[in-house]
Write a protein that binds this ligand. Structure first.
Ligand code: NAD
Length: 308
């Protein structure tokens, strides 16, 4: 029988790639987004039904159609997005939205809830970032994810997997503007001959995962029995200075970055990389190389952004 799925945040970066994959696999896809950040054009034709709703409002969630699986990816993805004007909006959207979704999953006995926690759970923790580590968030965004994990504890009968996602990059990030991933922003600038700007000295590092690898892992996590929390990353650390060199190699340029003081130094995470032991055991690996991921993202930017 055709599987029915609800994907929240479907107009966003991860959600839009996710509906593409689930729809191609033959699922009946109910796509939901309030379009506060995401864009309708990101959805393309990869859904059976689209609902424009704010999940933070309980009545919007109570009467959603019944589904087998819920993929919950609707939430602000950056603290900086909200810091200047309204941190309450970040908290309201993330926590009330999640609480409403949890009640919905319980009431409708969904088979599994697959939802986005974040690598920011670990903050600036030192050593191996294994899933059994204590939380150590460094900013409000990280706290909302830790609070979501605590909220999850109140819903013991909801089968779930919380995904501690490391920074993802790829096409369909354009709606995020200056909050898009660092590989995306650097690529977009450098493809136009613009100097990329690095906050600090460029020794900060991230574990960048290419979007199609991430989505493959998310879908696998939905269809298997898994641990309640899983890191999703590559296990490889990349410094921003090295990233600029890689991009120069991939697009055939020779552009040096410009450095400026970090405006968010107090809440900034310097470097983090996933421990992928559990992920590899339960789901498999993320196997797109950074070179390949950058090439694919560059092609997408050239086709969809720079040539329109
Ligand atoms: N992109 C990453 O690298 C990354 C890393 C770790 C965790 N995450 C998490 O994954 C999720 C998705 O991230 P993304 O990168 O796709 O972000 P995104 O901003 O591109 O997508 C989020 C979508 O959710 C929608 N949305 C926000 N609040 C909503 C609400 N209250 N009701 C309905 N829709 C709402 C937005 O309009 C947007 O389309 C977020 O929870 C984010 O914290 C992302």
């Amino acid at each position: 029988m055709m599987e029915r799925v609800l994907v929240t945040g479907a107009g966003g970066f991860i959600g839009s790639h996710l509906i593409e994959k689930l729809h191609a696999q033959g699922a009946y896809v109910i796509a939901l987004d309030d379009l506060s950040v995401g864009k309708l054009e990101n959805l393309e034709a990869n859904f059976d039904c689209f609902l424009e709703k704010d999940l933070a409002v309980p009545e919007n969630v109570e009467n959603l159609p019944k589904v087998d699986y819920v993929y919950h990816f609707a939430a602000p993805c950056s603290i900086i997005m909200f810091k200047r004007d309204n941190t309450n909006q970040l908290i309201n959207s993330t926590l009330n939205g999640f609480y409403n979704i949890l009640n919905y999953c319980k009431k409708n006995n969904v088979k599994k809830l697959i939802w986005a926690s974040s690598a920011t759970y670990y903050g600036n923790s030192k050593g191996k970032l294994t899933e059994d580590r204590m939380p150590n968030p460094a900013n409000v965004y990280g706290y909302t994810k830790v609070a979501s994990e605590h909220l999850m504890n109140l819903f013991k009968d909801v089968n779930h997997v919380g995904l501690r996602i490391f920074p993802a990059y790829g096409g369909k990030e354009e709606h995020k503007g200056t909050f898009a991933s660092v590989p995306y922003l650097f690529l977009k600038d450098m493809l136009q001959g613009i100097t990329p700007v690095i906050w600090g000295d460029g020794t900060q590092a991230r574990d960048f995962i290419y979007i199609s690898d991430l989505v493959d892992l998310i879908v696998k996590a939905g269809h298997k029995d898994t641990s309640p929390y899983l890191n999703l990353g590559t296990g490889q650390k990349m410094q921003f200075n090295t990233l600029v060199k890689e991009i120069n190699r991939v697009i055939g340029t020779n552009i040096a970055p410009k450095y400026m003081p970090n405006p968010y130094a107090n809440s900034y995470l310097h470097s983090f990389v996933a421990d992928t032991t559990l992920m590899k055991k339960e789901l498999g690996i993320a196997n797109t190389s950074i070179k390949e991921g950058l090439q694919l993202t560059a092609e997408w930017i050239k086709r969809k952004v720079l040539h329109r």
